[in-house]
Design a protein around this ligand. Structure first.
Ligand code: 5GP
Ligand code: 5GP
Ligand code: 5GP
Length: 208
């Protein structure tokens, strides 16, 4: 019997709201490929342990190699845009995510499969549409945190974690949505452990 050591327990799929990245103190720069859609973008697919800790930078011998994923780049520009300054085409962001996080799931997913898994998962979860159906729109208004969580829970079937940041006036706002994914990278599951951090009881959903 061949026995693999379990090198992580689950993934966090982390999606970011561009409006909340951009209106914070750090500000943002649009990618060289153009302003992203008013949609959540992928931040990353992060291997994690059940105790809340996580591995990182697991294999420097398997660096990001864009030639392996050339037929995913067009989708990644759409679904995984970089907002960091200075403006970039995304390669630096994707390389960082692969090197820091992706290499820690390389026993399960090749580089191609890793990026494809994140893209496929995002396709299954249209957060803007889910929130809109619940009357929650990116219009600068504030919404009860639990209305946002319940809308996602009702649509996806599992409880999400919401990460907030603050805008330049200090208002708590919807920054990132965490969903948990099994080690195959294919199935959304209930989170074995939630991340940490504070939101207000009502949070802003800024326009983008
Ligand atoms: P921050 O300190 O801004 O929350 O996170 C900085 C970075 O640490 C993130 O971009 C991510 O790479 C990593 N990180 C933060 N929290 C987690 C977590 O719960 N799990 C994993 N796998 N990585 C995390
Ligand atoms: P993490 O380590 O938290 O997974 O990723 C954060 C790193 O990715 C930071 O170095 C940040 O500058 C870079 N980065 C590039 N583009 C983006 C973006 O659109 N959003 C976030 N959160 N980080 C980005
Ligand atoms: P409970 O487990 O009772 O729903 O929440 C426990 C605490 O975690 C409360 O302070 C609540 O405001 C906070 N909390 C619950 N869900 C989230 C979330 O998705 N994101 C953040 N940042 N805090 C949350």
């Amino acid at each position: 019997v061949v026995c693999f050591s379990q090198d992580f327990d689950f993934f966090y799929l982390v999606q970011q709201w561009p409006g909340s990245y951009c209106d914070s103190k750090q500000s943002c720069c649009y990618p060289t490929t153009g302003k992203p859609d008013a949609d959540f973008g992928i931040h990353g697919l992060w291997p994690n342990y059940r105790d809340g800790s996580y591995p990182s930078n697991c294999d420097s011998n398997n660096p990001y190699d864009e030639s392996e994923i050339s037929d995913l780049i067009r989708s990644m520009q759409e679904e995984w845009p970089t907002l960091a300054c200075p403006s970039g085409n995304g390669s630096k962001f994707w390389a960082h995510e692969w090197d820091k996080h992706g290499t820690c799931s390389e026993s399960v997913l090749s580089q191609y499969q890793y990026f494809e898994a994140a893209l496929d998962l995002k396709k299954d979860v249209d957060l803007v549409q889910i929130l809109k159906k619940a009357g929650i729109r990116a219009n600068g208004e504030s919404y009860p945190l639990y209305d946002i969580k319940d809308a996602i829970k009702d649509a996806v079937g599992v409880t999400p974690w919401i990460e907030c940041n603050v805008d330049s006036s200090g208002n708590s706002q919807l920054y990132q949505v965490y969903l948990c994914v099994d080690t195959s990278g294919k199935n959304i599951i209930e989170c074995p452990v939630m991340p940490r951090g504070k939101c207000g009881s009502r949070i802003e959903f800024p326009a983008f």
